[in-house]
Design a protein around this ligand. Sequence first.
Ligand SMILES: Cc1cc2nc3c(=O)[nH]c(=O)nc-3n(C[C@H](O)[C@H](O)[C@H](O)COP(=O)(O)OP(=O)(O)OC[C@H]3O[C@@H](n4cnc5c(N)ncnc54)[C@H](O)[C@@H]3O)c2cc1C
Length: 295
Amino acid sequence: MDPVISGVHAGDPAKLVMADCFPRLHQFEREYGSVLNGLRRAPKLARKVVGFPRGMQQLADAMAAPIGEANLRLRSVATQIRRDAKGWNIAWRAADGTEDGASAKHLIVTAPHWHWGALPFDETVTRLLRDWENAQVPAVTVVARGYAVTDIPHPLDGFGYLTPGVERREVLGCLFPTSVLPARAPEGHALLCCFIGGARRPDLAALPDEALRKVVDAELSTTLGIQAAPRKEWIQRWERAIPQYDAGQRRREEALTQAEAAHPGLHFHGAFRGGISLMHVIRSGDALGRTLARG
Ligand SMILES: Cc1cc2nc3c(=O)[nH]c(=O)nc-3n(C[C@H](O)[C@H](O)[C@H](O)COP(=O)(O)OP(=O)(O)OC[C@H]3O[C@@H](n4cnc5c(N)ncnc54)[C@H](O)[C@@H]3O)c2cc1C
């Protein structure tokens, strides 16, 4: 499990809780005696790699379309959040400095937990969120490179690879997005994404660009035999990447449940609870929306 935890969760396998990070594998262990037995014997789930042809913005655009531009307030800062007998009253300041506000029966907070301190809740809410202040979210830097296929000696016949901690490599793993989503690169080219940093080596995520290039050159030369220079390169730094479901996660999730119970109409939704994958966030968000719409 080591490479999966450090690759998928960018975490330290010694600190994360299996049941919270991989509930299905944990269930295999309980029901079938071992993860391997479970993988062999449990009914297979239909799984599919999902990607958006125009990138993640396509998802945001699809969600925004039915709401309508006139009903969206973007790049605005909440200046007050209060609850009265009717519901939640929110005031905000728009980017051009104008002040406005609205009230609603339900308020769903989807900002990640490291932004909650900036939200103007009153003390009755902030006190219940205090446990989240020290929740760990390590940095990850992604070095994405486009190569001509002829410059890659490896067949890239897979989704990519994750590196076990015991090998002490400087890269958490490398994904081959074009092997599953060919439209991610022009014909005759391949995209490779190297993940660097995470809970065990956050210092590596902060390396300057030139040093990162050397790390990635050495990694791709060793594992895929690449000697040629990439045709394109993008370096994306996530100072806070993946929430860590460590020993404190259950306590923090309970605090959220308490905050929601004590403040009817208040909901927290995102990768900070229940599951970090994008599909989890989409599915559980859809379920929450449907429940609230039913009244
Ligand atoms: C490098 C990397 C690679 C990943 N790869 C995968 C993958 O291959 N597959 C997968 O399933 N998952 C992947 N994930 C995980 C997945 O992307 C996240 O778990 C998911 O996007 C989290 O969704 P979210 O809505 O909780 O948070 P986010 O997508 O971070 O959305 C939170 C939003 O809140 C906004 N916000 C912040 N503060 C405020 C504020 N004060 N007011 C208003 N808005 C605010 C932010 O701008 C942001 O738009 C990856 C994550 C990282 C970092």
